[in-house]
Structures are given as structure tokens and as C-alpha cells.
Design a protein around this ligand. Structure first.
Ligand code: ADP
Ligand code: MG
Length: 323
């Protein structure tokens, strides 16, 4: 229940209710009803965004609406799943039209771009906290699972890395960035592009995939652990974001390897599939870069472009051990 001038039900009706498209029953009943596509597996994922933890208290509401759905769609992308629908659980300190209107617009614009329908949720008064659950579909046997990497696979990454971390470093005054650099980098932090089309194009082409939310080295580590393999990365092949590419080598290496908030896909594919990977990337209009290979020896080895071993102090993001 949300006690405010605008009632909870007015708020839901005004901002979050639209005629159902594919759903059999959408917002307004005790449950939504979805008719599954025969023969498909359902892919389901939840991500929560909390003020002060995942975004700053003055975050732009339209960008926040975009981002909280984008990070969820990114999980569907990393599974090779087609987005179908989502629910929105929203805790809000007050019902303000000046916040709700742009939030709903940012959220629903991205939802429409992916034909992913808002089918229900919950609304309550409390600290700002946004929790989305996405529902997608993938044919049996074609999901891009973390446990599917094989020795000899190439490792690839989409887009560029480290730009969101560069923006965060600028916002936190860890480094000094000129204002135009900060504005450009902050777009990657506030409005990530979920790689849904690439994930779909990689069905049957890639073996394993993960989306990079906590930093490449840590997230690739999850593939290695689940697949019981190791990897060697060419650190100088990692594609830095456009603003990061002008920063010193050490920062470039650390932010591309362990930046966080990139929402690019890291995936593995057999080397015979190189042409198919490039064709998939082309069809999805998304750049991809080959950055290393999967080995039998456990652990992650870092090399520079000359093949010399590198030791870098890296920490990927973890809510319970990071500051
Ligand atoms: P209940 O009392 O059964 O939990 P609610 O009163 O919380 O139902 O919600 C009424 C309807 O509005 C339900 O269909 C629910 O899914 C939907 N709903 C509630 N909050 C949201 C929201 N933030 N976005 C979309 N749908 C919502
Ligand atoms: Mg409810």
C-alpha cells in the first residue's frame, strides 16, 4: 500500500497499465496470465536496483527506468533468450508525477523496443527500490549456459569495456575528468544497451555466455568455474570504451578487465565458428572482439600483446566484500 495524494491504484492505472499485447491477461488481476510458446523453455531472471547502492539519489528518472529494465534484459541476452514480459516491484518514498512520468517513459520505451510487456508488479511506500523480473523464451538445447565452455574455445566480448567504470571514477573524484569526457562516459553508466539481438544471433554459434555486470575478469571467472576450465586473455586486445581509450595504459587495463556495469556479453565459441560469430555480430549490428582462449589448466592467465605474462591486482565487484 502506498498512502499519498495519488492512490496506489491511480498510480498503477496511470503509469503502468496498458492494453495487453501478447499476454493473455496483463496488469489488474491477482496474477497475469501468459500462454507459453509450445516447445520453448522459459528463461526467468530478477535484478534489483537500490538507491545509494546501484544508483545515486539524484539519478535521472528516465535513465533509471531504462537502466533497471536494461540490466534485466541483459541477463536474457546472455542466455540467448527472447524477451517476452516483465514484472515491476517498486518501493517509492512518495508518488510524484514529476518522477513517475519520466521513469515510466524510460522504462516502457526500452520495453517497447524489445516487445517485452509489463504484465504486473507490486507498489509500496518505502525507500526507492526497483525490482524487475523478466520472462523470456529459448528453444531447448540452445540456451547459452555458463557451464558450456570447452577447451580450445575462443573468448569474445561485445562492444567496449570500462567506460561505465571510468564515469564512476570521475563522479567519485577518484580521477579528474574534463566535463565533456565525463558526460560522454556517463552515457554508458546510465543508459547501457542490453545485447539482446547479439544473444539471439549467437544461439547455436556460441557455447557459453555471461553478461558483464561486475567486471570481465570476475564474470569470465564464473564461466571458468562452472565449466571447469581455465583461460588466457590478451589484456591489450580488450576493447576500451571511447573515452577510456585516451586514458593511461594502467587505467585502461584495470577498467577493461574489472570495470563493472558494462552489460556487454562475454562468450566462448569454437574456433571453427569464427566466421559464424562475425556474421552473428554483423546481423546484430554489434561489434565483437576476440580476446583470448579457453584452456584446460584452471585459473585465468593474463598476457600482454607480446605474449608476456602480466600480474595485475584486480578486484571484481562483490556487494559483501567491496567498499
Ligand atoms: P495484490 O493486492 O493482489 O497484490 P496489487 O494491489 O498489489 O494486487 O496490484 C494490483 C494489480 O496491479 C496487480 O495486477 C499487480 O500485478 C499490478 N501492479 C501493482 N504494482 C504494479 C507496478 N508497479 N507495475 C505494474 N503492475 C503493477
Ligand atoms: Mg501486490
Amino acid at each position: 500500500m502506498l498512502k499519498s495524494k495519488m492512490s496506489e491504484f491511480d498510480l498503477i492505472a496511470q503509469y503502468f497499465t496498458r492494453p495487453p499485447r501478447h499476454a493473455t491477461l496483463g496488469v489488474g488481476d491477482d496474477c497475469a496470465l501468459l500462454t507459453p510458446t509450445p516447445g520453448m523453455l522459459q528463461a526467468i531472471s530478477t535484478d534489483m536496483l537500490i538507491e545509494g547502492r546501484h544508483f545515486l539519489p539524484d539519478a535521472d528518472p528516465a535513465q533509471l527506468g531504462h537502466k533497471c529494465l536494461a540490466v534485466n534484459l541483459s541477463d536474457l541476452a546472455a542466455m540467448g533468450a527472447t524477451p517476452v514480459a516483465f514484472t515491476l516491484a517498486l518501493s517509492l518514498p512518495q508518488a510524484r508525477a514529476a518522477w513517475l512520468q519520466p521513469f515510466a517513459e524510460g522504462l516502457l520505451a526500452l520495453a517497447d523496443a524489445h516487445q517485452c510487456e509489463l504484465i504486473g508488479g507490486d507498489t509500496t511506500k518505502g525507500p526507492l527500490n526497483i525490482c524487475i523480473t523478466v520472462f523470456g523464451e529459448v528453444p531447448p538445447g540452445l540456451a547459452l549456459r555458463r557451464d558450456a565452455a570447452q577447451v580450445g574455445d575462443d573468448i569474445w566480448v561485445s562492444g567496449t569495456l570500462g567506460e561505465a567504470r571510468l564515469a564512476l571514477a570521475g563522479l567519485r573524484n577518484e580521477i579528474v575528468l574534463d566535463p565533456s569526457t565525463l558526460v560522454a562516459a556517463a552515457r554508458h553508466l546510465h543508459a547501457p544497451t542490453p545485447r539482446v539481438r547479439l544473444g539471439l544471433a549467437l544461439r547455436g554459434v556460441a557455447h557459453a555466455a555471461i553478461d558483464i555486470s561486475d567486471g570481465l575478469s570476475g564474470d569470465l571467472g564464473h564461466i571458468l568455474q562452472r565449466s571447469r576450465v581455465g583461460a588466457t586473455l590478451d589484456v591489450d586486445a580488450l576493447p576500451p570504451g571511447p573515452m577510456l581509450s585516451h586514458q593511461p595504459l594502467d587505467l585502461r587495463r584495470r577498467f577493461t578487465l574489472a570495470g563493472g556495469d558494462d552489460y556487454e556479453l562475454c562468450f566462448t565459441a569454437p574456433s571453427e565458428h569464427r566466421k559464424a560469430v562475425l556474421a552473428a555480430a554483423h546481423s546484430a549490428d554489434t561489434a565483437v572482439t576476440r580476446i583470448g582462449s579457453i584452456d584446460a589448466a584452471p585459473g585465468l592467465r593474463l598476457m600482454d600483446s607480446a605474449g608476456a605474462a602480466l600480474t595485475l591486482q584486480l578486484s571484481s565487484f562483490d556487494h559483501f566484500s567491496s567498499p
